[in-house]
Write a protein that binds this ligand. Structure first.
Ligand SMILES: [Zn+2]
Length: 309
């Protein structure tokens, strides 16, 4: 088994854009890859092109109705608005299919032992997309598609999902609540979009809402007192990460105060849990993070720990 870390992305993920000034923009991926190249970190990663997710893979997490609607949602030109924050353009569907396909490939690579861990540098993000609806910049729930692939195609029986985006992963909760093969642990800023999460929807959800102004110390407490005991009890066979970086203090999408070292710290703890329970298997996928300078550096801190560098 290799200890290397895969870097999975695709040029199609740049084709999706939602109009000038929208924070969820193609330049996010450029900022990340430029920084990883200039720091030499990219040389430590094994690059892969993301494949297109198949309809069968998408329908493990979504209704057939939702998949059909999304595949028909992109215009020949201009934009189509799906909700107040989310729209499609002519390049949206290839991007969305690559984003979900990346997490499927990451799962296959890690399960086959070709790499130890994987990071998916993709957009659109996924964790707000519910079973039957797009929402909050998300069309398909990339991480849930990967989780259901791990269960269905690789026969895993227990998979953990860690979500540290500043927004509650309501879409992942909608899809995975009550699925006892999955444990989802998360932190998010309470009282913020999508205005959910303070009351978990099922016993396989461990939601930690934090106040505006929360720091890395609050993250460490959430890990020590909630995430770690739940994950140790659950003994996952693989750990997935919804890696959002919008809790950074410089990110004006929310009011939390994490810094690069907090992302390194939590990633080290996740890797330790994976080493204890599941031969180090971690698949991480990009969610939010909108301050380009600190997004790039926070992803670097995360990936450096995944790669064991
Ligand atoms: Zn977010």
């Amino acid at each position: 088994m290799s200890a290397a870390c895969a870097w999975i992305t695709h040029a199609d993920c740049r084709l999706h854009e939602m109009g000038e000034g929208h924070p969820e923009c193609p330049e996010r991926l450029d900022a990340i890859s430029d920084h990883l190249l200039s720091t030499g970190l990219m040389q430590l990663l094994v690059p892969y092109d993301a494949p297109l997710a198949t309809i069968e893979q998408l329908e493990r997490a979504h209704t057939a109705h939702h998949v059909r609607e999304m595949l028909a949602a992109a215009p020949a030109e201009g934009y189509v608005r799906l909700d107040p924050d989310t729209s499609t353009c002519p390049g949206t569907i290839p991007a969305a299919l690559r984003a979900a396909g990346a997490v499927v490939l990451a799962t296959d690579l890690v399960m086959r032992g070709e790499v130890g861990r994987a990071f998916c540098a993709v957009r659109p993000p996924g964790h707000h997309a519910t079973r039957d609806a797009p929402m909050g910049f998300c069309l398909f729930n990339n991480i849930a598609v990967g989780i259901r692939h791990a269960l269905a195609a690789h026969g895993l029986e227990r998979v953990a999902l860690v979500d540290f985006d500043v927004h509650h992963g309501n879409g992942s909760e909608d899809i995975l609540a009550g699925d006892e093969r999955v444990l989802m642990v998360s932190t998010f800023q309470s009282g913020l979009y999508p205005f959910a999460g303070d009351e978990p929807r099922a016993s396989n959800m461990a939601n930690v809402g934090l106040p505006a102004g929360a720091t890395g110390e609050d993250l460490q407490e959430a890990f020590d007192y909630v995430w770690k005991p739940r994950i140790d009890d659950f003994r996952p066979e693989m750990i997935f990460v919804s890696a959002g970086f919008d809790a950074h203090r410089a990110d004006d999408m929310a009011g939390m105060r994490w810094v690069e070292e907090d992302y390194a710290w939590i990633t080290r703890r996740i890797v330790e849990l994976a080493e204890r329970h599941c031969r180090g298997r971690v698949v991480s996928s990009l969610e939010g993070g909108y301050h380009l300078f600190h997004l790039a550096r926070s992803v670097a801190a995360h990936v450096r720990e995944l790669a064991g560098a």
